[in-house]
Write a protein that binds this ligand. Structure first.
Ligand code: ATP
Length: 379
């Protein structure tokens, strides 16, 4: 079965969460959350443990009823203050970490389970079709305990997809799989979901998984969405330091604003929105730090690279796709971490020049105002 036609451009989103709030006793688990997922789109809810991701997904599914706001599927209210449709009446597919196949049913019977509304004569063909889609041709007569964990996960995916839900809701669906298997199953799953044009809302606490799967990422904190955008934007233009820190380790330099810029040993950085004397943090991801060995002359760097500053390697490690190099800076003994995409592993004590490309660094107002005490200090 192939995906038949696409929603017109004016169609409402497949899933819309409208001003959702959820209270458990005195605690707001979700507050004022708006999010829409369109046909064929994969949106990842990303955030630390306890930020409200699963609760949001459960509300979308109808397993949980929100205390405020509305859930709409294809523009039709599935839940609001006066109405609440259960999951089986929402055309949603659910795939959770503990995807629990029925142990006493065969693979084919498991997939057919969601097709009870479909005439019996058609069920068999649909089951065969989805078995083939997930690469399990010929597995229909086996029982769950006779197949591997990755295969079981694919059966669960086929079971969720077979009724052709308008929206697929997935909560950490790959976390039970080991690393190698996880990459394969994840890529295959994504390909199938794209081919079906299903709208997908996926919960994960792993930034790598979100970057890999999402068309858009909704970053959550304390029950709220703090930023929504394509992975590139979340990585390169995070709204604040905590959002930046979610995606990688950070180097942080403390400074203050003067004349819409801020001065550091690595040169001046633009701080156009901030008034004079605002304490700021200049943030550089280790993979954006440029590093060269000091062979006696200061390296020439482009105008956008700021000033090089000198330091000495404290430790360097090769970790496969890159090397991590920790450098103690000459100017204040602070540490800067660089990540380079090659196998350069300089010995401890090697003198180096570091520079921070201005267009890759971010300047945010300081979270802790004691930064004035130690300008330039990297944490
Ligand atoms: P994790 O990644 O650890 O699963 P999460 O981001 O999915 O976390 P939720 O499970 O949505 O977070 O929980 C959000 C908050 O709501 C937490 O503080 C949690 O303790 C609370 N919570 C969730 N479900 C309930 C419940 N049924 N009763 C009371 N509090 C709950």
């Amino acid at each position: 079965m192939t995906h038949q036609g696409h929603d017109s451009e004016t169609a409402p989103p497949r899933l819309a969460l409208d001003a959702i709030g959820m209270r458990f006793g005195a605690e707001n688990a979700v507050s004022d959350l708006d999010l829409a997922v369109t046909e064929g789109e994969v949106v990842c809810l990303l955030g630390p443990s306890g930020c409200g991701k699963s609760t949001t997904l459960r509300i979308a599914a109808g397993v949980e009823r929100q205390t405020k706001g509305r859930v709409l599927i294809d523009g039709v209210v599935a839940s609001d203050a006066s109405l609440h449709r259960p999951p089986e009446q929402r055309s949603v597919g659910l795939l959770f970490q503990d995807f629990a196949l029925f142990p006493h049913l065969t693979v084919a019977e498991n997939i057919g389970f969601g097709l009870r509304q479909t005439p019996k004569s058609q069920r068999r063909g649909i089951v065969e079709d989805y078995l083939a889609k997930v690469g399990l041709d010929g597995f229909g007569a086996k029982y769950p305990h006779q197949i591997s964990g990755g295969e079981q996960q694919r059966v669960a995916l086929a079971r969720a997809l077979a009724p052709r839900p308008r929206v697929m809701l997935m909560d950490e669906p790959f976390s039970g799989l080991d690393n190698r298997l996880r990459d394969d199953v994840r890529d295959e799953t994504l390909a199938i979901l794209h081919a079906e044009g299903t709208a997908v809302l996926l919960v994960t606490h792993e930034p790598d998984e979100a970057m890999r799967m999402a068309d858009r990422i909704a970053l959550m904190r304390d029950g709220r969405i703090v930023q929504v955008g394509v992975p590139y934007t979340l990585y390169n233009a995070p709204v604040d330091r905590a959002a930046a820190a979610f995606f990688s380790d950070l180097n942080i330099l403390h400074s203050v604003v003067k004349d819409r810029t801020t001065e550091t040993p690595f040169g001046r950085f633009a701080a156009p929105e901030l008034p004079d004397q605002t304490a700021v943090e200049v943030i550089a991801r280790p993979q954006h730090v440029a590093i060269v060995e000091d062979t006696g002359t200061m390296p020439s760097v482009g105008a956008s690279d700021g000033n090089p500053a000198r330091g000495r390697v404290v430790r360097a490690r090769f970790i496969g796709a890159q090397s991590l190099i920790e450098v103690e800076m000459d100017h204040d003994r602070s540490m800067i971490r660089a990540s380079v995409p090659n196998a350069w592993v300089p010995g401890a004590g090697t003198p180096v020049w570091l520079s921070l490309p201005r267009d890759r660094c971010l300047v945010f107002p300081c979270l802790h105002q004691d930064a004035h005490a130690r300008p330039w200090a990297a944490q």
